[in-house]
Design a protein. Structure first.
Length: 256
């Protein structure tokens, strides 16, 4: 009985959080800001890389739960009381289509506090590496901002179709401006020209091996964070393992 009580006490509970801002990021992605009242700030504290979960009842009565990684930092939560996330619109997607068509400031969402083992214990003398595609940048923005703030070094390879479809591009550029050589950001473009031929086209295992030979020395990186669709994440992980990398964290957004 005592054990049961202890268990139920620890079970995460749903909370109502208000949307304070909805911002256009690209033609198919939004940034949503949630305000966390002071009495819930400890409950919603998190480590960069973690995600929150929304629960919504559809018009037909069915319950939809979807997870979204936090793009903001624990410091922003402590100082401003806000959580920010990026939602990419999936055609006919139940939650993302609702967010795109209807979500507005003042709406209240049912939210489960941050969870997940895809997270960084940030230390100033480490070099964090990341390879992501599309909305997979969301947790990496949080990890990069928090790590750079402590004096760590961050390398990010970020793949998108075009510049216009790149989520959080201005925020990443701002981090680069602020932190100079400690933030090494390489945009890969699959359907438009990138900064070099090496970075133009799909991130196949062959292309990644070339990038690691010419642009990013994997021996300098202490810990890797990979985030995106199943196929990409597993392909990238295999190539990194060939280089001897062992500290590789993965987050899968979608498995077909
Ligand atoms: C831990 C975690 C963190 C996540 N963080 C983010 C985030 O930061 N930003 C973000 O935009 N998404 C994130 N996702 C994905 C998100 O949870 C949803 O799966 C996504 O928004 C689609 O939900 P939906 O209800 O709109 O679509 P659904 O109604 O679930 O799906 C509609 C159709 O799209 C397909 N589909 C579902 N998901 C995807 C996808 N991701 N890519 C392509 N096709 C898909 C389905 O097979 C179906 O055919 C995360 C997922 C996990 C597990």
């Amino acid at each position: 009985m005592g054990v049961e009580l202890k268990r139920s006490k620890r079970r995460p509970a749903w909370h109502k959080l208000a949307v304070s801002q909805v911002r256009h990021l690209t033609d198919d992605a939004l940034e949503v800001t949630l305000t966390v009242p002071p009495n819930l700030r400890e409950t919603f504290d998190f480590q960069p890389g973690q995600h929150i979960t929304f629960q919504r009842v559809e018009a037909d009565g069915s319950e939809v739960r979807r997870s979204y990684s936090l793009a903001s930092t624990p410091r922003e939560l402590a100082e401003q009381g806000t959580l920010r996330l990026g939602i990419k619109f999936i055609p006919e997607g139940s939650f993302s289509a609702y967010a795109k068509s209807s979500l507005a400031p003042g709406d209240v969402l049912e939210v489960l506090p941050p969870l997940g083992v895809f997270r960084a214990d940030i230390e100033p003398d480490r070099h964090y590496g990341s390879i992501v595609a599309g909305s997979g940048i969301t947790p990496i923005l949080s990890i990069a901002a928090a790590a750079l703030d402590t004096g760590a070094t961050v390398t990010v390879l970020y793949s998108n179709r075009t510049e216009a479809s790149t989520m959080f591009a201005p925020e990443l550029a701002e981090l680069q401006e602020r932190h100079g050589d400690r933030f090494r950001l390489h945009h890969i473009r699959t359907r438009s020209e990138a900064a070099s031929p090496l970075l133009t086209g799909r991130l196949t295992p062959e292309r990644l091996r070339d990038v690691l030979a010419e642009l990013v020395d994997p021996r300098e990186i202490d810990e890797w964070f990979l985030c995106g669709p199943y196929e990409m994440v597993l392909g990238v992980k295999e190539v990194l393992e060939e280089t001897g990398a062992s500290a590789i964290h993965t987050e899968l957004y979608y498995v077909e």
